[in-house]
Structure formats: C-alpha cells, structure tokens
Ligand binder design. Structure first.
Ligand SMILES: NC(=O)c1ccc[n+]([C@@H]2O[C@H](COP(=O)([O-])OP(=O)(O)OC[C@H]3O[C@@H](n4cnc5c(N)ncnc54)[C@H](O)[C@@H]3O)[C@@H](O)[C@H]2O)c1
Length: 362
C-alpha cells in the first residue's frame, strides 16, 4: 500500500492508496485509534457495495462498527441531516473517542466531516472516498460542510481527517459519468500545477473513460489519483484555510458555480460545470492577454477528450453574472478569478464584470 503525507503540524495525516485494499481497512484503523466502537456513515447505494467489506475488516480486529445511512443525494447534505446524525450518535452513545468514518462520495464525506467537527466539539474523522471526485479532491484538505437553501457549502468547518483510505477498485462500480466528472478536477490539477500530469492526461485520458476493467487502467488511475492528492496536499499545506494560495484550487469554479446555479443544479454534475468553467476561465485568461490561444485550445481539447462538456447554453448575461456574485469569491465589487498563464501556472486576478463577459455568449 502506497501513501503520502499531508503535513499540517499536529493535524498531519496520511493518505493511503491501493487496489483492493478495502479489506485491509481494519488493520490500518487499529494503528490510529484504540476505540472499539466506530460509526460508519454511508448511503444505501455505496453501503450495499462496500459496507460489509469494511465491517468484516473491523470485526476481524475486534472493533464494533455501527452503520448510519443517509439517503443518496446532494439534497441530503443539510443541517437537517447533520441534526439527524447527531441524534443517532447520541442514541449510540458515541463519545469523544468514537471515530466517524465517511464511506462514500463527496456528499457523505462533507456531511460526515461536518458532524465530526461539531459533535462533542470534535471527534476523530476518517475518510474512505469511493468516487473519483472524492478521491482526488473532497476527501483531502479538511473542508467539510453542508448546503443552505441560499447556496452550496455555506455552513461548514475546516476539519482534517485522521487518515484517508483510497481503494481505486471502488471506482469500478462507479457510473462513467461520475468518472468523467472526477476527471475534470484531475485536469484542473494539471492546469494549475503540473504540466507533466496534463500531458499524461492528453496521452491517457481516453482509456479512463472506458469501462474500468483493464490493468493498464489501474496503473493510470493510481497515477492520477496519487498525483492529484499530492498536488492538493501541497497547496493545502501552504494555505490550510484558504487565505491565499489555496484559492488556485478554484480554477474554473467561479464560472462553474454560475453554470450550476443558472441551471438550478439539475443539468450538470459539479465536475461537468467545472469543465465548462475551465474553458471559460482559459478564454478569459486569453482575453486579458495572460495566455496564448494555444493554451485555451489544449485545455478545451483535453476536456473534450475526457468526454466532458466545453460550453454551456447561451444564458442571459445578467443571470450569469448574478449567479457569480453570490459565489464566495467576490472581493470589493470585482470578481477574483484564477487565470492561467500557461499549462501548470495560474495566478489570482481581480477582474471587472465587463471584462468577464464582454459578449452574451462567452
Ligand atoms: N470538501 C471539499 O473540499 C469538496 C471538494 C469538491 C467537492 N465537494 C463536494 O462533494 C460533493 C460531490 O461529491 P461526489 O461527486 O462524490 O458526489 P456524491 O457523493 O453524490 O456521489 C455521486 C454518486 O455516486 C454514488 N457512488 C459513490 N461511490 C460509488 C461507487 N464506488 N460505486 C457506485 N456508486 C457510487 C453515490 O451514491 C452518488 O449517487 C458535493 O457536495 C461537493 O460540494 C467537496
């Protein structure tokens, strides 16, 4: 089993990677905690596929796992469901030492992390991400939270896990559309920090969008997941609470959030919206003279090759801008964007509204 460390002083933690390692989860768990009781939060979909494997691995170590199910869907990442989890934890007599294990995608990870951060002022938290997006992005870095009816992720806490346990075999049951959505975030890491990863994706992304059965796909998946986590870890190490550098992880996200908001979060998956957002952000970078046309083309072509959308329907300029303004990246009337200078190099820039959208269609 491979690992990398996220260095955050006394909040440092490892990320473990492997193929078929879920059955060994219990053994790793015992290195981190003496608690004989653990709570696993999952959803019926993921639970059906993977709960028993994790449960068996814990029982083998003499640990007593308890399962809590949250219905499947972003609409359950709410304070209401956090509160239901608190009720269950109290009923199960979970104490300060009882770890919460998130088994699932980003929704389960964000919700469970938020509950772990706040129940009894903080209990140990472990991430077992099972979607590509969760493995390369949401499980690392300590952002936890729930949605509010006025916006996504408006309530939350920075709360780091004790460890992250990534079995890329779990991706084999994942819908292809979810894999592609996760690939958008991987492409993002290439653009913001790693020209070699970007080139690797240009050469290999097509095999990752096919059915995940081949050994070569395992190698490619492990490579991109590890590289993505290493980049995210490095950025988070430099700026844990997003007071500066961490914002580069939002490349494509300001436009992406607007695309999601204007389509009422129904049409696009987050990763798909980010894919469109990355193309728009690259075009904006070119318009402001920061990068050449060929950079825009490379970004657009890779996104297309990954089977992701590169354009959103022609929304009215006004509603698009309005959607961007409720995003958290507004600074003093101007919008702060992550713009690309070249593949692997980005910078934060404040941009005025008329430059962001000079035409009704971007
Ligand atoms: N905390 C962060 O830093 C951060 C970063 C990015 C995104 N997020 C959040 O992550 C969430 C999106 O996460 P997501 O894309 O993982 O969505 P998700 O958690 O909704 O999972 C997507 C779907 O895949 C299913 N699924 C999960 N694992 C599976 C598997 N192995 N096999 C088959 N089906 C499986 C789920 O049941 C669900 O239906 C959003 O709420 C977003 O705000 C958080």
């Amino acid at each position: 089993m491979d690992s990398i460390k996220v260095n955050l002083g006394d909040r440092s933690y490892p990320i473990y990677f492997g193929t078929g390692i879920l059955k060994g989860f219990g053994g790793t768990y015992t290195k981190f905690s003496n608690s004989k009781k653990v709570i696993i939060v999952t959803n019926p979909n993921v639970g059906k596929l993977y709960y028993e494997v994790v449960e068996d691995s814990l029982l083998k170590e003499g640990i007593e796992p308890h399962r809590i199910d949250v219905p499947d869907g972003e609409e359950y990442k709410t304070l209401t469901w956090a509160s239901k989890l608190f009720d269950k934890l109290i009923a199960l007599k979970a104490d300060r030492q009882t770890p919460l294990i998130a088994l699932g995608g980003g929704v389960i990870g964000d919700l469970t992390g938020f509950v772990a951060a706040t129940y009894l002022r903080g209990v140990p938290f472990i991430q077992v991400p099972t979607t590509l997006l969760a493995q390369v992005d949401s499980s690392v870095g300590g952002k936890t939270g729930v949605n509010h009816r006025k916006g996504k992720n408006l309530i939350g806490a920075f709360y780091q896990p004790k460890f992250v346990y990534i079995d890329i075999d779990t991706l084999k049951s994942l819908d292809k559309r979810e894999i592609k959505a996760g690939l958008a975030e991987v492409i993002k890491y290439g653009v913001i920090r790693d020209p070699k990863l970007f080139k690797y994706l240009e050469d290999n992304v097509d095999i990752l969008t096919q059915d995940l059965k081949l050994k070569t796909q395992n190698t490619a998946l492990l490579h991109i997941v590890k590289r993505s986590c290493a980049i995210k870890a490095a950025v988070v190490e430099a700026d844990e609470r997003e007071s500066g550098l961490r914002a580069i992880l939002n490349f494509g996200h300001t436009f992406g959030h607007a695309v999601e908001a204007v389509t009422k979060y129904k049409e696009y998956k987050h990763g798909e919206a980010v894919a469109i957002g990355m193309v728009y952000a690259s075009k904006l970078s070119h318009r402001t003279g920061l990068c050449s046309k060929s950079v825009v083309e490379r970004v657009r072509n890779l996104i297309k090759k990954a089977g992701l959308p590169t354009e959103a329907p022609n929304f009215p300029r006004k509603s698009f801008l309005k959607a961007m303004e409720i995003d958290k990246k507004v600074v003093g009337g101007e919008l702060r964007f992550v713009l690309v200078e070249g593949i692997g190099k980005v910078r934060l820039e404040k941009v005025k509204a008329d430059v962001i959208m000079p035409e009704s269609r971007l």
